[in-house]
Design a protein around this ligand. Structure first.
Ligand code: PLP
Length: 307
C-alpha cells in the first residue's frame, strides 16, 4: 500500500483557532477555502464547528459541500457569487456573501430574493485585486440598504503586505479603509493571518485567519505569535531503500546533491504526487525517529541523507 500519509492534528487546529481569537479579542471566521488549505474542509469544519464564529470559503461549491455535511455555522463566500444565478442557492443555504464589484451590486438590485442577504462589502484599500473603489464605497453601501434585499452589511478589506512587518503599506491600507468608511456604522473585517499575528493595533470586529489555523507562519522571520502555533499536518512515509555512497557521488535529478562525505542515503516514498513540492529546495530537514536527517526533494522520490 502507498506508504505516504498526511496526518491531521485537529487538536492543534483548535489551538490555533483559539490563538487567533485570543490575540485579537475578535470574532473569527476560520478560512477553510481550497479544501482547508489541503487539510480537508469537512473534517476541519466539523472540528471547529462548536467554537467557530463561522467559516469562509472561496466559492459556492465549497460552501455547499459544508452544508451537505451538516455544517450549520455561518459560511462566507469570499468572492461572493461568480454568476447571479447563484443567488437563490445563497439564500436557500443561508450563506454570507462578499460584494467586491459593482456588477454584483447590480445583480442583487435586480434579483428577486425570498429572504434578505448578509453582505460583506469589500473595499479595495490598495491590494488592487478585487474590491470597490473608495469613491464608490458609500454609494454602494447606500444602494444595498435601499435595495431592501440586505439584512446586514459588514465592511471589509484585505491586506497585500501584512506579512512584511516593517512595511508601511498595511498602515496606508488601514487609512484608506478608515477614510472610505467614515460615517458608515457597521461591523468591520480587515485582518488575515499575518495581520492577526503581527498587527495588533489594527481594529477589526471580525478576523479572517487562514494559514495560521494550520500552524504555518506567514512570516520569514521569528515572531511571538508564530512561536505559539502548533503544526496541524505531518507528512510521513516509509524509507523504501537504503544505500551507502562514497564521497562525491550525485544523488537524484540534476546532481543537485553531491555527497560531501561517505554517506548512508535513505529514499523516502514521497513525491509531488503526494503533495511534496516539486520545487522544494535541496537540503530540507525532516524528522527522523531518534535522529536528525537532512532531506531534499524535487525528484519523484524524496531522498534523505542521515547526518
Ligand atoms: C484567503 C483569505 C484570507 C485568509 O488569508 P491567510 O493569509 O491565509 O490568513 C482572508 N481573507 C480573504 C479575503 C482571503 O481571500
Amino acid at each position: 500500500m502507498r506508504p505516504a500519509r498526511a496526518l491531521i492534528d485537529l487538536k492543534a487546529l483548535r489551538h490555533n483557532y483559539q490563538l487567533a481569537r485570543e490575540v485579537t479579542g475578535a470574532k473569527a471566521l476560520a478560512v477553510i477555502k481550497a479544501d482547508a488549505y489541503g487539510h480537508g474542509a469537512v473534517p476541519v469544519a466539523q472540528a471547529l464547528e462548536t467554537e467557530a464564529d463561522g467559516f469562509a470559503v472561496a466559492c459556492i461549491e465549497e460552501a455547499l459541500e459544508l452544508r451537505a455535511a451538516g455544517i450549520r455555522a455561518p459560511v462566507l463566500l469570499l468572492e461572493g457569487f461568480f454568476d447571479a444565478d447563484e443567488l437563490p442557492l445563497i439564500i436557500e443555504h443561508d450563506l454570507w456573501c462578499v460584494v467586491h464589484s459593482l456588477w454584483q451590486l447590480e445583480a442583487i438590485e435586480q434579483a428577486m430574493l425570498s429572504k434578505p442577504l448578509t453582505i460583506w462589502l469589500k473595499l479595495d484599500s490598495g491590494m488592487h485585486r478585487v474590491g470597490l473603489h473608495p469613491k464608490d464605497y458609500h454609494e454602494a453601501y447606500q444602494r444595498l440598504l435601499a435595495s431592501a434585499k440586505v439584512a446586514k452589511i459588514v465592511l471589509m478589506s484585505h491586506f497585500a503586505r501584512a506579512d512584511e512587518l516593517d512595511c508601511v503599506r498595511t498602515d496606508e491600507q488601514v487609512a484608506v479603509f478608515e477614510a472610505a468608511r467614515q460615517g458608515l456604522s457597521a461591523e468591520v473585517s480587515l485582518r488575515n493571518s499575518p495581520s492577526v499575528m503581527g498587527w495588533p493595533k489594527v481594529s477589526s470586529d471580525w478576523v479572517r485567519p487562514g494559514i495560521m489555523l494550520y500552524g504555518a507562519t506567514p512570516f520569514g522571520e521569528e515572531q511571538a505569535v508564530a512561536s505559539r502555533l502548533q503544526p496541524v499536518m505531518t507528512l510521513e512515509s516509509k524509507v523504501i531503500c537504503v544505500r551507502e555512497l562514497p564521497s562525491g557521488e550525485p544523488v537524484g535529478y540534476g546532481a543537485k546533491f553531491i555527497t560531501p562525505k561517505p554517506m548512508r542515503i535513505g529514499v523516502v516514498a514521497m513525491g509531488y504526487a503526494d503533495g511534496y513540492p516539486r520545487h522544494a529546495p535541496t537540503a530540507r530537514r525532516c524528522w527522523w525517529p531518534g535522529n536528525a536527517a537532512s532531506c531534499w526533494g524535487a525528484c519523484p522520490w524524496t531522498c534523505c541523507a542521515s547526518t
